[in-house]
Design a protein around this ligand. Structure first.
Ligand code: ZN
Length: 563
């Protein structure tokens, strides 16, 4: 599951878990104090990256990329709602405490609707948010657009249903598809110029190739070559800029929203990732399952990048901040050159500091909470991603014909696959600690940090990660590997946890190899239910922030150097 999709679950579920339960549709819009309280659910953090080691030309290229990204912010505002620009100017001029609270909420949400609360408007006289956003004519219905699309000849229909067109009316009232290169021509021409400026400043050939290709795509509306160039990026600067995710299109999930991530590669973590990836075959050869079920020759991994984010804009900077993403979404690119997973370390660090540590102070025993560490947290996240590639992926279906575990498990697949990646990730870390590849000092931290992050995942419930986590936590509780004290805090039993992790890794992988979908579903029904002692801890987390709101301090410095 892509992070963006997981985020949608978080947002949907946060609405019911965090907001007051009263009938909000009838409630008056929040006053300054109430709105400030809602905004404070995102803790302000300074997002910093050390760019001093970069040559002056590369730093200047970064500043151009930030300038181009700011245009994505303005374009995204327009895509969300045609009234956003006017409203923003009104809010900027309102210096009252209520006006300032509204401006802050507007900037967090990129519009007048609270994304964490089921898109409830926070301003009077703003109606409900249109699921059509500003991708379709405001007076059109979904049925009208659907009927028109179905009647179009094949090539025109492909364009009209594609990522990179809006649907508008002609002067006579008929519908037509307008390419983004035309709809947003002025802004995209400016963004393309900034990308070409950056291309001229960098000394890195794959970065220059991507920037030139993406600048050309902004003008031609053909993103194919630039997506391929993005997959081939091998540079200290990792920019992601353009129209990507389609969640803002509530009608068809078809139209891509503009976003930008300006990041620099984290060389130390990238080296660690390569070291871990180099051990994968040996980990597979030592999985706690029947040797016949192990894969003697693992295939090539999808590329993973570890970066630190300097700037984020548009769809990539609204409410809950992405800590990782999988792109591109274009199936043609995925088939031909694959997709790339980007993990954003400094955003993970911010979430760890402002969300996970406060959770650990409430959920864990005093002895355990002192061992919670970011190194353990982030190394386990990396291992989780790598472990998706290990273990059985194929099984036999009815009549003995070969099918994938995904096909056999159907709706239970996601929860088991996420649980497998988590628990086998712990198994793999222990294996590498025992082998001396990872530091022995990590041993204690790995398990207690995992326990703290279990509560972070379970807090909003619902998605595959949370169901998979409930299964793991219950199994560890039953095995005595996790213990609940009289005061309600949780702790790890270090004598029992290693064996419990091995056993659960084996249980999940054996079930996947057997392809028993009915048994998998039954296991989720009986063992993935959040227990009262866990719910009691979650109920005490109301004061812990939901996420972070970034202040891009390094970006501001780089822009100041540019002026
Ligand atoms: Zn996963």
């Amino acid at each position: 599951m892509s992070t963006a999709r997981a985020l949608v679950f978080v947002l949907a579920l946060t609405a019911s878990n965090v907001a007051p339960a009263a009938d909000e549709s009838a409630a008056p819009p929040p006053d300054a104090a109430a709105l400030n309280k809602l905004s404070a659910r995102l803790a302000l953090v300074d997002l910093k990256v050390d760019v001093q080691a970069l040559p002056a030309g590369e730093r200047a290229a970064l500043a151009e990329l930030i300038a181009a990204s700011k245009i994505m912010d303005a374009l995204f505002l327009r895509q969300v709602w045609a009234g956003n620009g006017t409203l923003l100017l009104d809010l900027i001029q309102d210096r009252s405490p209520l006006g300032q609270a509204r401006l802050h909420a507007f900037l967090q949400n990129k519009g007048p609707w609270l994304r964490l609360d089921g898109e409830r408007p926070f301003l009077p006289s703003v109606g409900p948010k249109s699921p059509a956003a500003n991708f379709y004519p405001a007076d059109a219905t979904k049925e009208e657009v659907e009927k028109w699309l179905h009647a179009l000849p094949a090539p025109a229909r492909t364009a009209a249903e594609g990522f990179f067109t809006t649907i508008r009316r002609t002067p006579t009232g008929a519908l037509q598809a307008i390419p983004y290169s035309q709809e947003y021509q002025g802004e995209l021409a400016r963004a393309a110029q900034a990308l070409r400026n950056a291309a001229a400043l960098t000394q890195q050939p794959t970065l220059r190739a991507f920037l030139q290709a993406r600048a050309a795509a902004f003008l031609s509306n053909d993103y194919y070559d630039s997506d391929v160039a993005w997959m081939k990026l091998d540079a200290s600067i990792e920019p992601t800029i353009g129209p990507y995710e389609t969640y803002e299109d509530g009608w068809f999930g078809a139209k891509a929203a503009f976003e930008a991530y300006v990041s620099v590669r984290d060389d130390a973590e990238t080296a660690k990732l390569a070291r871990l990836a180099g051990e994968l075959q040996e980990i597979e050869n030592n999985l706690p399952i029947d040797p016949k079920l192990r894969n003697p020759k693992l295939g090539a991994m999808a590329p993973i990048r570890v970066v630190n984010q300097i700037y984020g804009a548009g769809d990539g900077n609204k409410t809950v901040l992405a800590a990782a993403f999988n792109l591109p979404n274009d199936e043609r690119i995925i088939k031909q050159v694959g997709s790339k997973r980007t993990m954003i370390k400094n955003v993970q660090q911010a979430k760890f500091d402002r969300v996970l540590l406060p959770i650990s102070r409430i959920a864990l025993s005093p002895r355990d909470r002192s061992a919670v560490s970011f190194d353990a947290f982030f190394t386990h996240i990396l291992m989780h991603e790598l472990m998706h590639g290990l273990g059985p992926h194929d099984t036999t279906g009815p009549g003995g014909k070969p099918i994938t575990v995904r096909a056999a498990f159907q709706q239970s697949y996601g929860a088991f696959e996420e649980a497998k990646a988590d628990i086998a990730g712990l198994f793999a870390l222990q294996f590498l600690i025992d082998k001396g590849v990872l530091d022995r000092g990590l041993e204690k931290s790995v398990y207690v940090t995992f326990l703290a992050s279990a509560f972070r995942t379970l807090r909003f419930g619902g998605d595959a990660h949370a169901v998979g986590m409930a299964l793991q936590l219950n199994t560890l509780l039953d095995a005595g590997a996790v213990h609940v004290a009289k005061d309600g805090t949780f702790s790890v039993d270090t004598a029992k946890v290693k064996q419990a992790v091995r056993d659960l890794t084996a249980e999940i992988m054996n079930l996947q190899a057997a392809g028993d979908g009915a048994k998998a579903a039954e296991l989720l029904r009986t063992r993935a239910v959040v227990r009262p002692e866990v719910k009691a801890v979650i109920a005490r987390l109301t004061k812990v922030p939901i996420d972070v709101e970034p202040r891009f301090v390094t970006a501001e410095k780089l822009l100041a150097e540019r002026r």
